[in-house]
Design a protein around this ligand. Structure first.
Ligand code: ADP
Length: 324
């Protein structure tokens, strides 16, 4: 038995002693309810705050790539915008600390980030909640020269202290590769519903994608699929798609690695133009053939929240596993 507040919710136990049920998900088995052995009061409170914040997010999708410049942020932005257009409550978190490009892509001012009390406020862009380190930097050209622990602390703060509220989806734009930041993000998010891996068609990109898939498997993050970007060129005059890099690398690799292939996005000057002008391609060029292709790739992901496993789940920082 536990005591109830006036509003019927279970009463919070004394500081550091744990809760009988989680404030957010109401589950007594939630890892936010109990202090772990060896955990100090402060560590417990911090973890509890993080896990309770994550409890209010139904689905978490991480966008990964083996290397930079393949269109990972482009896919993350357009995935988030497509989900908002489908009526979902969506957050977009840019954890590309050394190259935060989400503010530029969405026309948000560098340095416009705000906090109230101990919370950071995401920017609300027509229903999309956006957070990026760029919002707290004086300008686009500011270099962030940080070592691992500072980056890990920032990622924790972005998950724990941002007023995300209740979300259907959190889309995370991760830095490229399999280093500290993607690892910290995947561990701190608790349950990650899936990773989207973005690549380009060339065979040299394949090695990096294999690494990204192996990274997901070690962390037990389901791979939602591989997206091949910059696959062919859309002629701005006639609209025809011409293959300019060897095509099909992403699909072949997905088959080899036994993960879903979600589709190919052509190189379209309108994508580069819209991100340079701070406009989301999918909403700005909604009727273009490339936008249709993008929507077909993204659409299956919209149904993730409508699946049978609908409840939120408090996160537990995950251990690395060497099992496939
Ligand atoms: P990453 O996040 O992998 O570093 P970005 O998403 O920042 O890559 O994309 C790099 C650049 O390429 C951006 O200027 C973006 O607008 C452009 N870009 C990405 N995908 C396409 C595409 N399919 N067609 C045209 N330009 C693209």
């Amino acid at each position: 038995m536990h005591n109830n507040n006036n509003d019927g919710r279970p009463e919070r136990a004394a500081s550091g002693a744990g809760l009988s049920v989680c404030d957010t998900c109401g589950d007594s088995s939630c890892s936010a309810t109990r202090r772990r052995s060896g955990e100090s009061d402060q560590e417990f409170r911090e973890r509890q705050k993080l896990e309770q914040r994550m409890c209010r997010i139904r689905r978490k999708i991480v966008v990964l790539s083996g290397k930079g410049g393949v269109g990972k942020s482009t896919v993350a932005v357009n995935l988030a915008v497509a989900l908002v257009m489908a009526g979902k409550k969506v957050g977009l978190l840019d954890v590309d600390i050394h190259g935060p490009s989400i503010p530029t892509m969405l026309g948000l001012k560098f340095g416009s980030g705000q906090g109230v009390g101990d919370e950071l406020l995401p920017i609300d862009l027509d229903g999309l909640k956006v957070m990026s380190l760029g919002l707290f930097l004086p300008g686009e050209d500011e270099a962030v020269i940080w070592r691992g622990p500072m980056k890990t602390a920032l990622i924790r703060q972005f998950l724990k202290d941002v007023a995300w509220g209740d979300l259907d989806f959190l889309v995370v734009d991760s830095p490229p590769g399999t280093g500290d930041e993607p690892l910290s993000v995947c561990q701190m998010l608790g349950r990650v519903d899936g990773a989207l891996i973005v690549t380009t068609p060339q065979r040299v990109a394949a090695v990096d994608v294999r690494k990204s898939i192996s990274f997901c498997r070690q962390l037990r993050v389901p791979v939602l699929g591989v997206v091949e970007n910059m696959s062919g060129f859309v002629c701005p005059h006639c609209g025809n798609i011409t293959p300019i890099l060897c095509a099909g690398g992403g699909q072949q690799l997905a088959e080899e690695m036994k993960v879903p292939f979600l589709g190919s996005i052509p190189m379209d000057p309108k994508i580069a133009e819209s991100s340079d002008h701070g406009r989301a391609f999918l909403s700005h060029y909604a009727d273009s053939p490339t936008a249709r292709i993008m929507r077909e790739i993204i659409q299956p992901l919209e149904t993730l929240v409508d699946g049978s496993d609908n409840k939120t789940e408090c996160g537990k920082e995950k251990e690395l596993s060497n099992k496939d």
